[in-house]
Design a protein around this ligand. Structure first.
Ligand SMILES: [Fe+2]
Ligand SMILES: [Fe+2]
Length: 320
């Protein structure tokens, strides 16, 4: 039986050959809209717009081919000033998921370099406000895969760091860019955790937790061995599960580097706002309240204020 997933219409290239079969929903079934190998024309787009269709279906086993096709066109889209932010955001999201997926399968120097190449133009676009955060936030998916989580955390933490350090003349774009790479790669050590543990639906056993808790150190080792370890990436990979109360892992330290705290807030936020078979997803501001109640240092409180600003005007938060 075929399993399907949806992709945004925004990332389908006009005048290009489709890399996969595209389907649309008609009543309660899926019908083929454009076969693989056919050219997607402006007329196709007009048809989809007419029926207010913003997402189409692809077969899940063709997701990789689809991501690859989006990835190939990314440079052109990101650098074109006439293309709206919404389309850039959707293109970047799928393209970076593709780069992370490949790095998780085989975390070698080349794949990690490819991630940086994918992230660089997007980081600049976010930094210069050419891609709007609301467009990026609206595209985030929660398919529970480690690479989707990595991209979500990378986006939230990068946006938070930019917001937090805005106006601080001692913080340059190069530093923020190194931070951003560290955020997207914070869980790269999970590539060494057996898939059976990573994708387990229920609670982990003690032995499984022992293995899972090694991912910060494994991430540090991968970054070091592949020549991609910056100071920022080292702090982020090693300390993103530490807690100021000393209750975190792997070291149980209390003096945590600020860039790791930024990552932790984004990490928890993504976990809370994701729905799982055994729990409902929190609304963004519910999640912020929840994290805010745990914020025990002044630095954390200031970070949470930036997080709230970054998410834009929302209902009153009671956390701070
Ligand atoms: Fe982690
Ligand atoms: Fe994480």
């Amino acid at each position: 039986m075929n399993v399907f997933k949806t992709v945004p219409v925004d990332v389908i290239q006009i005048h290009e050959v489709s890399a996969v079969d595209l389907f649309i929903r008609q009543e309660d079934r899926l019908v083929l809209f454009l076969p693989k190998g056919a050219v997607f024309t402006r007329d196709h787009l007009v048809d989809l717009n007419r029926f207010a269709i913003s997402r189409v279906y692809i077969r899940s086993d063709e997701a990789l081919n689809f991501e690859e096709y989006v990835h190939v066109h990314m440079d052109k889209i990101i650098t074109d000033p006439t293309i709206p932010s919404r389309i850039k955001a959707a293109t970047f999201y799928l393209s970076s998921i593709h780069a992370l997926r490949k790095a998780f399968e085989d975390p070698d120097a080349e794949e990690i370099e490819e991630i940086k190449k994918t992230l660089k133009p997007m980081f600049r676009n976010i930094f210069e406000n050419k891609v709007l955060l609301e467009d990026l936030f609206s595209i985030t998916e929660h398919d529970f895969s480690t690479y989707t989580h990595s991209v979500n955390v990378g986006i939230y933490a990068t946006a938070l760091a930019i917001q937090f350090y805005k106006g601080d003349s001692s913080v340059g774009m190069d530093f923020l860019e190194r931070l951003s790479y560290g955020f997207f790669l914070h869980d790269i050590g999970k590539s060494k955790v057996p898939v059976g543990i990573l994708r387990k639906q229920g609670p982990l056993t003690d032995e499984e937790w022992t293995i899972m808790k090694k991912h910060p150190e494994w991430g540090y080792t991968i970054l070091m061995e592949t020549g991609h370890l910056t100071d920022e990436a080292a702090y982020i990979s090693l300390q993103h599960h530490e807690r100021p109360t000393g209750t975190g892992y792997p070291a149980g330290m209390t003096d945590i580097h600020p860039c790791a705290r930024i990552c932790t807030i984004a990490d928890i936020f993504d976990a809370l706002t994701a729905s799982r078979p055994y729990k409902r997803a929190m609304k963004p501001f519910e999640a912020i309240d929840f994290i805010g109640r745990e914020a025990c240092t002044d630095f954390d409180k200031r970070l949470m204020q930036s997080f709230i600003k970054m998410l834009g005007p929302q209902p009153e938060s009671s956390a701070l």
